[in-house]
Design a protein around this ligand. Structure first.
Ligand SMILES: Nc1ncnc2c1ncn2[C@@H]1O[C@H](COP(=O)(O)OP(=O)(O)OP(=O)(O)O)[C@@H](O)[C@H]1O
Ligand SMILES: [Mg+2]
Length: 261
């Protein structure tokens, strides 16, 4: 049994520890909308990056999460002029990025791949940003890229009031959507010189103005040794989706031939 005196001393120690933790948490939250609770996905350096984005007036504050995969979380943020932004943050702590080596190695744009998870995650984020920029510059419908800082990618928000546009999978589809999707794959290959490599009904928004493609982390340069294989997989996957929805579409092998002509 503890004496009263000892118990009091312990209580005081715990109190001061808690206070210290609380202070740490508060300072870490800098750059975030104080009224929103954010999860503990942010390591110290990610928090610093978000503060940096705020200081350089790229964002004003971060609102809630809009999407969370295993390796990244996407947040709705607001810029200084009230513009909506999306912040895709690649998680450093929980990542299993090893299986992504095949999408990096062999891409002539990314020849210096060092070991270590943090580096790999950052390289992956840089790659997504480079892909998104190439796509945007080629006039393919996608979110406008804003900046990349280490593992944090900033782009325009596709949606309204913090609600992303519906995914293709969540909507009713027609033949025009199919044609749109194939045109995107074609333009990616022949204009942006990229293969998406994760093209699916889950990585396409359906908006009033047509389809908008996103999630370019896996995309590779057309010179990548597996580019043809990834292109074939993309076309087959999206064809399967439209066929499942009851549409009659072109044979994937004819589409592949036409695109690679
Ligand atoms: N530019 C954007 N504007 C609005 N919402 C976005 C934007 N980019 C991504 N999102 C939202 O975040 C979700 C996840 O994005 P993305 O597919 O790029 O990440 P991911 O790591 O592949 O995650 P997941 O495993 O959930 O697919 C999307 O389904 C979408 O709802
Ligand atoms: Mg995705």
């Amino acid at each position: 049994m503890l004496t009263d005196e000892l118990q009091k001393k312990l209580a005081r120690q715990i109190d001061s520890k808690l206070l210290e933790k609380d202070r740490e948490r508060k300072s870490e939250k800098d750059g975030f909308n104080k009224n929103k609770t954010l999860d503990e996905v942010f390591d110290k350096s990610t928090t610093m990056i978000v503060s940096g984005l705020k200081n350089s007036k790229i964002i004003s504050y971060v609102n809630g999460a809009v999407g969370s995969g295993k390796e990244s979380k996407t947040y709705w943020a607001v810029g200084p002029s009230g513009n909506d932004l999306a912040l895709k943050i690649y998680l450093v702590a929980t990542s299993n990025f090893k299986k992504r080596y095949p999408y990096l190695l062999g891409d002539p744009r990314f020849t210096k791949v060092r070991k270590g998870t943090r580096h790999l995650v950052e390289l992956w984020a840089q790659k997504e940003f480079a892909n998104l920029s190439q796509c945007y510059e080629s006039g393919i419908p996608c979110a406008k890229p804003i900046t990349i800082v280490r593992n944090v990618l900033v782009m325009d928000f596709v949606g309204k009031n913090g609600v992303p546009e519906p995914l293709l999978v969540e909507t009713e589809v027609n033949y025009e959507d199919y044609e749109n999707a194939i045109t995107i794959i074609d333009d990616l290959y022949n204009k942006a010189k990229l293969v998406h490599a994760d093209f699916s009904e889950y990585n396409i928004f359906k908006t009033e103005k047509g389809l908008v493609v996103f999630d370019f982390g896996s995309s590779v340069d057309t010179r990548h040794p597996n580019a043809a294989e990834f292109l074939e997989r993309d076309i087959k996957n999206i064809t399967k989706f439209f066929v499942k929805r009851g549409l009659t579409v072109t044979n994937p092998s004819d589409v592949i031939k036409r695109i690679m002509k």
